[in-house]
Structure formats: C-alpha cells, structure tokens
Design a protein around this ligand. Structure first.
Ligand code: GMT
Length: 383
C-alpha cells in the first residue's frame, strides 16, 4: 500500500506512535509518506520505503495566526496526487482530521478518491477537542472519516460519551518495539545515580499539568521516609520550574534529578525499579508500556486507559487520581526485595501483549477493510 501519515512531529505520544507505525509499515514493504511541519524525532534512519514531505506555511503580515491547516490540506492534495497514495492516516484529530477532509473534497473534484483514517489519541477528545471552539469541527471530521480508531477502550467510550458520533470506532491499542525497549546492562549508570544501592523511581512526560507530577514529588517525600530512593524526572514542559521549587520546599531536592529531554530513554529505564504515572487524564499511557517492556513495574492513577495497560497487583498498583499517600504505600510494597522481581516479570509479560508484531497486522487489516468499504460518495449528511 501507499500510505500517507500525518502527525505532530513531536516527542509526545501521538507523534511517536504515528512515526513508529509508519516505520514498521515501511519495513513490512508498504511505501509510507510522512506529511508534517518538521522531521519527526524518531524518523532518523534511511529506509527506501519512507518519504518525508514538509508542510511549508508561508507568512504574511495579515496573518496573526499562520493558517497551518490550509497549508497541510494543500500538501496532502499534492502528495496524494503525485505519489498515488491509497489512503491517508491522520493521528490526533485537531487539526489533522478536518485538514484531511478538506484535502479529500478537493481531490474528489479531480476524480480522485482518498480514504481517510483518523486515530484519536487522547487530549484531542478528553481535553482540547471538547472545547466549544473546536467541538463542531472535531465531531464532523470524526463522522466524516472513512475509518476511526482509538488507542484504548476507555478513549472509545469517552469519544461516544462526549461527542455525537454516528460511526463505528475500532480500538487498536498502542504498541511497543521490544527490540528497542528491553532491559540493558547499565550498571555504571546505576552506580552513578544510586551509589548506595538506592531504589530508582522514574517518570517521563511532557511536564504538563495533566500529568500531576506534583503528586509524584509528594508521594516521593513520603516514600523517602521509609525507603532509600532516588527519583529521575525525564522530559520538560510548562510545569518544570514550579516542580523544581516544590522539590526544594519538600526538602527532597538532593534525591531528585530533573534530566530534561532524553532520546535514549530505554537506557534510563534499564536502571529503574519503578515507573510513576499519576496522570489526571491518560488515554493509554505509552510511557508506562515502554517502562514495562524494560521490566519496570508501575505505580499509576486510575485515569482513562491506564488500567488497560497496568494490571492492579500484577504489573504494579493503581490508585485513585490524586491519592499520593496510597501511591507511596503501594510503591513501598513493590520495592521490597522479594516482591520486585515478581512485579518485574509480570510487567514484561504484559508488555509482550502489545508487541508491535502483534498490533501491526491489526492496522493492516483495518486499512484493507476501509479501502474495500469507502466510496467516493463518502459521508452523507442525514436528511
Ligand atoms: O499527553 C501526551 O503525552 C501526549 C499525547 C499526544 O497525543 O501526543 O498523548 C496521548 O497519546 C498517547 C499515544 O497514543 C497516549 O499514550 C497518551 O496516554 C495520550 N495522553 C493523554 O491522554 C493525556
């Protein structure tokens, strides 16, 4: 197949999933065309089946806000026509699904039919998408897509609960490359971070409010009273400065390290004993899955789709959102020397269920199904 992939070229979850999916499709023999405003961070290799098309947004003094969506639609039209794409797969509804709809309508006037598949990732539904400034467009463009997927059952339910959606939504969960994400021997690194054999807790995110990293610091302060622990915080974002201040106020700074954005997160995960994800909202929790693949158990909130990944009492523990005291208690249980290996083994076994080699065929099957079903007539407005 000749597939166009549209995503945010960022370190965030949806961009990573879209890029890894495209890479896997290319390895499987499909021709994959990425259409984004800059090179996705994980698209850093040569493969004869991968093509990259940059969306250029011209500036003009009249535009206070450059019309990205129009430039994106125009680029989609160009790429579909010149590279004979079979379908467009857009990740994150805003503004990719509506931009694809526009491209599809333009191509239709030229006798070209291009099916559009939209994958919903999380905040496009649970936070931003619901905003009245976007809701009508998000609803329309989901209904007008030829195929729609969500990354968890929970997100599928949220989509139906919060938007008037008239079409079927397929759940295809996120996936993991177990060749990249596996526990490696990094003893020298472990000794540098935890010279006295302290247990290492890790969190990775984009440091937005929705991640509730302040709960991690409060939980860590409690845990530190009964266990020898270190905390590594990886990533960066709007909350970081406030969190550094909170760590000082809680008197835990000497045991907390803010490492900023890192590419080789599997190396840090290889020395971790526990991964913490106390999010307010989380459609899936890809970072938790990456940790589990490196044999790291999880302490998480019960937000959204996290319980579909982290299994209570097996791969870790789940607490109510905001209950950092419970998280501290549960963390202490996992970190016991006789318990940790058991949790580690369950975490790895669960991660294997999301192996990319299992999930990729589900996307390929879905593509085939949509290609057979979609017609140039497309979305019909109810009379
Ligand atoms: O919140 C993020 O980390 C970024 C965001 C995105 O769309 O880029 O992530 C969402 O998509 C990921 C990949 O499908 C999911 O693993 C995350 O759970 C989801 N984030 C939220 O729902 C808050």
């Amino acid at each position: 197949m000749n597939i166009g992939i549209v995503c945010y070229p960022t370190f965030g979850g949806s961009g990573v999933v879209a890029t890894e999916l495209g890479k896997a499709l290319a390895k499987n023999g499909h021709r994959v065309h990425f259409i984004t405003y800059s090179q996705p961070p994980r698209l850093d290799f040569f493969n004869e089946n991968v093509f990259y098309h940059e969306v250029f947004i011209p500036s003009y003094p009249l535009f206070q806000h450059p019309p990205y969506e129009l430039a994106l639609s125009s680029k989609m039209v160009e790429v579909v026509k010149n590279h004979q794409l079979d379908l467009l797969h857009v990740h994150y509804a805003i503004p990719h699904a509506s931009a694809a709809y526009m491209a599809k309508q333009i191509l239709r006037t030229q006798g070209i039919h291009i099916p559009v598949i939209t994958t919903l990732h999380g905040t496009d539904i649970t936070l931003v998408g619901k905003d009245p400034s976007f809701e009508p467009v998000v609803t329309f463009s989901i209904n007008a897509s030829d195929g729609v997927t969500t990354v968890s059952e929970s997100l599928r339910k949220d989509t139906y609960d919060q938007f008037p959606i008239e079409r079927e939504i397929e759940v295809i969960p996120n996936f993991i490359d177990l060749e990249r994400f596996r526990k490696q021997k990094k003893d020298h690194f472990k000794t540098a971070i935890a010279p006295n054999g302290e247990k290492i807790l890790v969190h990775i995110s984009n440091f937005r409010k929705v991640k509730r990293i302040d709960d991690i610091l409060r939980m860590f302060a409690l845990l530190r009273e009964k266990a020898c622990v270190k905390l590594l915080l990886i990533g960066d974002g709007p909350e970081r400065a406030g969190l550094e201040k909170l760590a000082r106020e809680l008197g835990i700074s000497s045991d907390v390290r803010f490492l900023g954005k890192l590419d080789a997160i599997e190396e840090v995960l290889s020395i971790a004993d526990l991964f913490v994800m106390p999010s307010e909202k989380e459609s899936f929790g890809l970072a938790a899955l990456e940790a589990m693949a490196c044999e790291v158990p999880i302490i998480s909130s019960d937000a959204g789709g996290i319980p579909e990944v982290n299994i209570q009492g097996k791969t870790g523990f789940i607490s109510a959102i905001g209950d950092f005291a419970d998280m501290a208690e549960k963390a202490a249980i996992i970190l016991q020397d006789d318990q940790l290996p058991i949790f580690r083994a369950h975490a790895l076994a669960r991660a294997k269920e999301f192996d990319i080699n299992r999930i990729l065929p589900r996307y390929e099957f879905f593509y085939e199904k949509v290609l057979k079903q979609s017609t140039i007539a497309g979305y019909q407005v109810a009379e």
